[in-house]
Design a protein. Structure first.
Length: 292
């Protein structure tokens, strides 16, 4: 009897994992197909069950939800795979946009594929691509970087690795860390053309365009709200060459500020603030640039 049950379980066809996009702001961006899938599956794995429940209620759905996010994916992931292997369908959604982009949905998809489970994308809104196509920067080639590492060392390593890329770069950042991240990007990549996009598809959607230094100054002068997408032009389109190092960039900023009438000491302090470098490093860069 036990052997028959095990055999039946093994012969049962696995369910399907649907990676279902949800709106990034405007509920009108929800697709008919996404609404149908979320209403048909017996279970939805949601990054934030409260937020997803509100979305389901808006569309008159009452599908059962289970929490699946960065902090419980190691515990919940295997259970969800077992659910799928037992022949049940499952939809995975993130807080907003496409699951699997800068969230644990990618791990669930990889685990499902490893088990021979069918993974089906249900496309829809995405913040990175929405910001890119409206940025005015090159869309022929682009790299999605997402959120930079939190530690300064790992952040520096990541930016150094991508600094020479010719494709347009796309970053995500929260408002309370935007200024710090902009300093790091400016210091590593030089003063390139860039775009800040916030509140995409929402009432107060906004695009700020300019060079990184100008956008950093705007960040420092304004109260920042909403999630941001940072789009930065590639090395080939940058006003500075990809071989130019951060110290030389710092020296150039000091020269520009002093040329505008700022005292050298104050210019070094301001450059350190903009680039995230220490004043000592900026001072050393100026000495090297002056050949001293």
């Amino acid at each position: 009897m036990a052997d028959d049950m095990e055999r039946a379980r093994e012969e049962k066809k696995p369910g399907t994992l649907f990676l279902c996009a949800t709106p990034i702001g405007n509920l009108g961006d929800m697709t008919y197909r996404a609404v149908r899938i979320l209403g048909e599956v017996p279970l939805i794995a949601a990054e934030d069950t409260r937020r997803t429940r509100q979305l389901l209620t808006h569309f008159g759905l009452s599908t059962r939800l289970v929490s699946y996010h960065e902090h419980n994916k190691d515990e919940k992931g295997p259970r969800l795979i077992e659910w799928l292997l037992s022949g049940n369908d499952l939809a995975c959604v993130s807080d907003a946009g496409l699951p699997g982009i800068a969230d644990p949905g990618s791990q669930l998809a990889a685990d499902a594929i490893a088990e021979g489970i069918c993974v089906v994308p249900i496309p829809g809104a995405n913040a990175a691509l929405s910001a890119l196509i409206a940025s005015g920067l090159d869309t022929t080639r682009f790299s999605f970087v997402g959120f930079l590492p939190r530690t300064k060392e790992k952040k520096r390593e990541c930016l150094a690795e991508i600094s020479g890329r010719k494709d347009t770069l796309i970053f995500y950042e929260a408002p309370h860390r935007l200024g710090e991240t902009m300093k790091a990007i400016l210091g590593a990549l030089g003063d390139r053309p860039a775009v800040l996009a916030r509140e995409l598809t929402k009432k107060f959607e906004e695009f700020r365009r300019g060079n990184l230094s100008e956008l950093l100054a705007w960040c420092e002068e304004n109260q920042l709200r909403g999630e941001f997408v940072i789009v930065v032009s590639g090395a080939e389109e940058s006003r500075k060459t990809s071989t130019e190092s951060p110290p030389e960039d710092a020296a150039a900023i000091v020269r520009r500020l002093t040329a505008d009438g700022m005292a050298k000491k104050e210019a070094i302090r301001e450059t350190a603030k903009r680039t995230g470098l220490s004043r000592r490093d900026v001072y050393q860069a100026v000495l090297e640039a002056e050949g001293k």
